[in-house]
Write a protein that binds this ligand. Structure first.
Ligand SMILES: Cc1cc2nc3c(=O)[nH]c(=O)nc-3n(C[C@H](O)[C@H](O)[C@H](O)COP(=O)(O)OP(=O)(O)OC[C@H]3O[C@@H](n4cnc5c(N)ncnc54)[C@H](O)[C@@H]3O)c2cc1C
Length: 361
């Protein structure tokens, strides 16, 4: 528990957003990061790691090795109060400022799972790899970036060896983005033999049956790359009004929790209208760190708070199609080729993210 003369900042959740805030406040505040997992995960490495499990060694980073993070507490916040947070084991952490960064949960036990130990997480990834290797048929449910990238990784590393089927309830792939991005994904996947089923839902199986046509799909391995789950139950007791209908934290233009001057919310868990992405969570974290720094240093004047522009005003996204092709969307313009491929294909930003959190690539 922070007890120094500096103000204390409690960072709830050590994802990309939380680690970014914490590291940037290290010099000016007594920072505590609390997370139920003892390691940081580069979530976007997982889709490559299930075909190349050695990558897990770099995409999983114990919090204790991250420089300038502050104090790490391995625990889960069960109830947030005005000036303290109670963990599920009863521990109470006091704070002057808090930053809520609990992100989003995911339906699939492999794709975005937080586990109690690093060894368990590595074993889950190794097991997914072994199941893919042994499978004749792979079913991927969801046609967003996660489903598309995962299908492409498997088709790239096991060419012609698996029946890969991707089902989405949407009429296009990568819906919600520029239509050309979805068209490129469709062309790429179909040219590698992926069976695409659009506008359909799959029953939770086995057997895995399409709701409209009644067709049953072959599936030795299934990945559910659909929807996200809310993570903000710990706010219900005292801050119910600050949650929207989806359980996202309502924030103002400075990412302050609505009506609060000392509590901020960053990343997937807030209600900023933008595509929820890790690099944006990190950028939001940096913005909030600057605002808290300004408040701490303000003296008698008005602190200069950082205004957040959704999507940083550019709405950048890079989608990989395996190891040798990527497409990029910037302000609605879509292009493939050298730049996006060079940026992301080699290690799907694992090295870059490690550097961003102060580690060697
Ligand atoms: C497979 C996959 C691929 C992706 N690819 C990309 C990509 O290529 N590029 C990109 O920019 N983004 C990508 N994303 C999105 C990106 O991962 C998220 O936007 C990002 O992780 C959000 O960061 P966050 O810090 O807000 O939340 P999270 O990463 O969700 O972290 C939240 C943290 O809070 C902790 N937590 C939850 N509840 C509590 C609690 N009660 N108490 C304490 N701690 C708690 C969790 O354990 C977790 O560590 C991808 C996501 C997935 C799943």
């Amino acid at each position: 528990m922070p007890s120094g003369t500096k103000p204390s900042v409690l960072v709830i959740g050590g994802g990309p957003g939380g680690v970014s805030v914490a590291r940037q406040l290290f010099n000016v505040a007594d920072v505590t990061v609390v997370d139920p997992s003892p390691y940081f995960e580069v979530h976007w490495g997982c889709l490559r790691a299930v075909v190349e499990p050695a990558l897990a060694d770099r995409m999983l980073v114990p919090y204790e090795s991250i420089p300038r993070l502050g104090t790490f507490v391995n625990g889960k916040v069960a109830e947030l109060g005005e000036k303290s947070a109670k963990l599920s084991d009863g521990t109470v952490l006091d704070f002057d400022y808090a930053v809520v960064c609990t992100g989003s949960g995911y339906g699939d036990a492999v794709v975005k799972a937080r586990q109690a130990s690093l060894a368990e997480r590595k074993a889950t990834i190794q097991d997914a790899y072994a199941r893919i290797v042994a499978a004749k048929s792979v079913l991927i449910v969801g046609g967003g970036p996660v489903g598309v990238e995962l299908a492409a990784e498997i088709l790239t590393d096991f060419p012609g060896q698996k029946t890969v089927t991707l089902v989405t309830s949407q009429d296009t792939l990568l819906a919600g983005n520029a239509p050309r991005l979805g068209t490129k994904a469709k062309q790429w996947l179909e040219s590698r033999g992926c069976k695409l089923i659009l506008g359909e839902r799959v029953s939770k199986g086995p057997p895995f049956t399409l709701e409209n046509s009644g067709e049953t799909l072959a599936a030795d391995v299934v990945f559910w790359c659909t929807g996200t789950k809310k993570t903000t139950e710990y706010m219900v007791a005292n801050f119910q009004n600050m949650l929207d209908d989806s359980g996202l934290v309502k924030v103002d233009e400075f990412l302050r929790v609505e009506g609060k001057e000392h509590i901020f919310a960053v990343g997937d868990c807030n209600n900023v209208k933008e595509t929820k992405l890790g690099y944006l969570a990190m950028a939001q974290g940096a913005a909030v760190a600057k605002s808290i720094q300004a408040i701490i240093k303000k003296g008698s004047g008005q602190p200069k708070l950082q205004k957040w522009v959704p999507g940083k005003g550019i709405d950048l996204m890079v989608v990989t199609f395996g190891r040798k092709m990527a497409y990029m969307q910037v302000k609605g313009i879509v292009f493939g080729g050298f730049l996006p491929t060079k940026l992301k294909c080699k290690d799907v930003f694992v090295g870059k993210t490690r550097k961003d959190i102060g580690m060697q690539a």
